[in-house]
Design a protein. Structure first.
Length: 180
């Protein structure tokens, strides 16, 4: 220990580590099929990077700690909570956001079904729900009630659209339980 009370030698230094955490790091994300280069801090979450650096504000942030699923995107082909992942952790990975689901003006079938079955109210939770539902259908085109319930179980919808989301998904799955 030096006279000034600071650690000396080659060991890790907390102030230096703290400064490094604020430095910009170059990364590349493949977002909605397009390679995007950006610079982020080591502490920047994937949700922040999408919204702030790439202006993809369809990904919503509510709790910001993995409890509500509002920020769901696909990492490769699996739904994940983008607020729980650091952008630097997914350097060079493939990300799909709600902006990447529609093909030009043709909405994704889940988007159409949500509209048809009135599964949208204020809409804040809707992008995340749609990403989870579309992810489920990509893995299993004919899910039943339990599989759909599991897929949407982490989503917190204050407007209570769950029954309508279920009907939209049952209709897409071609299930007899679906009501018109
Ligand atoms: S904002 Fe990411 S889980 Fe709630
Ligand atoms: S539609 Fe309003 S929070 Fe889900």
């Amino acid at each position: 220990m030096a006279d000034n009370g600071h650690e000396t030698g080659d060991g890790p230094s907390e102030p230096i580590e703290a400064v490094r955490a604020l430095e910009d790091v170059p990364i590349t994300l493949v977002v909605n099929g397009r390679s995007r280069r950006l610079r982020v801090q080591a502490r920047t979450t994937l949700a922040q990077a999408l919204r702030t650096s790439l202006s993809l504000t369809g990904t919503k942030v509510a709790c910001n700690h993995g409890a509500c699923s509002a920020c769901t995107v696909w990492l490769d082909d699996l739904p994940v909570a983008a607020c729980t992942i650091l952008a630097v952790e997914v350097d060079a990975r493939r990300i799909t956001t709600i902006e990447g689901l529609a093909q030009a003006d043709d909405l994704h079938p889940v988007q159409k079904a949500f509209i048809e079955h009135d599964a949208v109210q204020c809409g804040f939770c809707t992008p995340g729900l749609i990403m989870s539902c579309a992810g489920l259908l990509a893995r299993n085109p004919h899910p039943g009630v339990e599989e759909i319930a599991t897929a949407i179980s982490g989503h917190f919808c204050r407007c209570g659209t769950y029954a309508h989301v279920m009907q939209a998904m049952l209709a897409l799955a071609g299930r007899a339980e679906a009501q018109k």
